[in-house]
Design a protein around this ligand. Structure first.
Ligand SMILES: [Zn+2]
Length: 385
């Protein structure tokens, strides 16, 4: 007899072994739920001849056991802590999802473990999720009663509002779980008798998209989650002197501002003219700015070098990093040497060097001097020597 439905709070039971094969035994009675309806199988043990053997109910009374048992009478013991958590999660899921369903959500799947996870479709917003969470917490406070009973398949139609996946249920007898005054669902799982047992409920994650996902916790972990969220948000609000209800709009404004600045910076990276430095035969172009868009500027550096400039360099004043294009390897080796003289690190392929230095402004200054003094070395004197 499957006692988990009749007595969901029974933690252990004496029973007879009425069959066995390999690592399986057939028990007359059990308190171990074999799993179903998103609820994982119970964890538990068989006490057999003084030995405690891990066991799992596979269904129809057959139990897998992690060992051997030759006794005719055994005791089945439930891992109550795990099961009770599953009962709380499962009940919370029913209560919570009914609120979302009332707003048009369609359940994909639900499963329970470390977290409760619900995947669903429908036009559900962050606010709907938060509102449903609040209502579940209210119901926990009210101590809503939870009942379960069996109906015949034919009675299904009479039950208005019954949540049922008709395509998935093949049995003639259907188990119904009711949260009084709120929800009726066809479900094979094990639930608490009163919602007050859930203690607390917290959605810890909401993923938007075509397939939406909610992750939640119950009990102490829900309390902990509410506390942590509140802790971090308050710390931020107090640190920056922002009212709690203004935080969201404050952040939104910041993000808009950043987007605007990014746009301006991009424009600037594209259009600010390079400085030109010439030393008789050698031509250098450079740009020093704060946080320019490197990719855009590097493209411009390469264009300059292709158009006959000997060395084109960008120095980022914010990070003291630089990017440099050179028209020959001798110039490149000078840049690398000067980089080292400025305690820099970096390198690059072909005639391109990038890296960081102590002070990018003085690095570019020195580079001008070095290039000037090497001018004759690179290009020869007027006689071509
Ligand atoms: Zn269920």
């Amino acid at each position: 007899m499957m006692l988990y439905y009749l007595e969901p709070y029974l933690k252990e039971v004496e029973t007879r072994v009425i069959g066995s094969e390999e690592n399986k035994i057939l028990l007359e009675r059990t308190v171990l739920y074999p799993g179903g309806g998103g609820q994982p199988p119970d964890r538990g043990w068989i006490l057999c001849d003084g030995e405690k053997i891990s066991a799992q109910h596979l269904g129809n009374g057959w139990h897998y056991i992690d060992g051997k048992c030759a006794e005719k009478n055994v005791r089945v013991v439930l891992d109550w802590e795990f099961r009770y958590k599953m009962m709380k999660m499962h009940t919370a899921e029913h209560a919570f999802f009914r609120f979302l369903q009332n707003k048009g959500a369609v359940l994909g799947k639900a499963n329970f473990g470390e977290y409760g996870v619900i995947v669903f479709k429908g036009n559900i917003t962050r606010n709907d999720v938060l509102d449903a969470e609040k209502r579940v917490i209210d119901m926990i406070g009210q101590g809503r009663e939870v009942r379960s009973f069996w109906i015949d398949r034919s009675q299904m139609k009479e039950m208005e509002n019954l949540r049922i996946r008709v395509d998935r249920i093949k049995d003639e007898r259907i188990r119904v779980v009711e949260i009084v005054g709120h929800d009726v669902t066809a479900c094979k799982g094990i639930h608490v008798k009163n919602m007050s047992e859930i203690e607390d409920f917290a959605v810890v994650k909401f993923r938007d998209g075509k397939n939406k996902e909610v992750k939640f916790v119950v009990g102490d972990r829900a309390r902990e989650s509410h506390y942590l969220f509140s802790l971090h948000i308050r710390r931020m609000a107090w640190k920056y002197g922002i009212e709690l209800d203004k935080m969201e709009s404050h952040l939104e404004n910041l993000i808009t501002e950043i987007e605007k600045l990014k746009y301006s910076l991009k424009e600037a990276s594209q259009s600010i003219p390079f400085e030109t430095f010439e030393c008789s035969e050698l031509k250098m172009k450079y740009l020093l700015m704060h946080g320019g868009f490197r990719k855009i500027i590097v493209k411009r550096l390469l264009e300059e070098v292709n158009n006959g400039v000997d060395v084109a360099i960008y120095g980022d004043l914010q990070s003291n990093s630089f990017s440099c294009a050179c028209n020959d390897t001798l110039v490149k080796s000078m840049v690398i040497q000067e980089m080292k003289n400025h305690s820099g690190k970096g390198g690059g392929r072909d005639n391109f060097v990038s890296g960081t230095v102590n002070d990018v402004k003085s690095f570019v200054n020195s580079l001008q001097k070095v290039i000037c003094s090497s001018d004759i070395l690179l290009h020869g004197d007027e006689n071509g020597n």
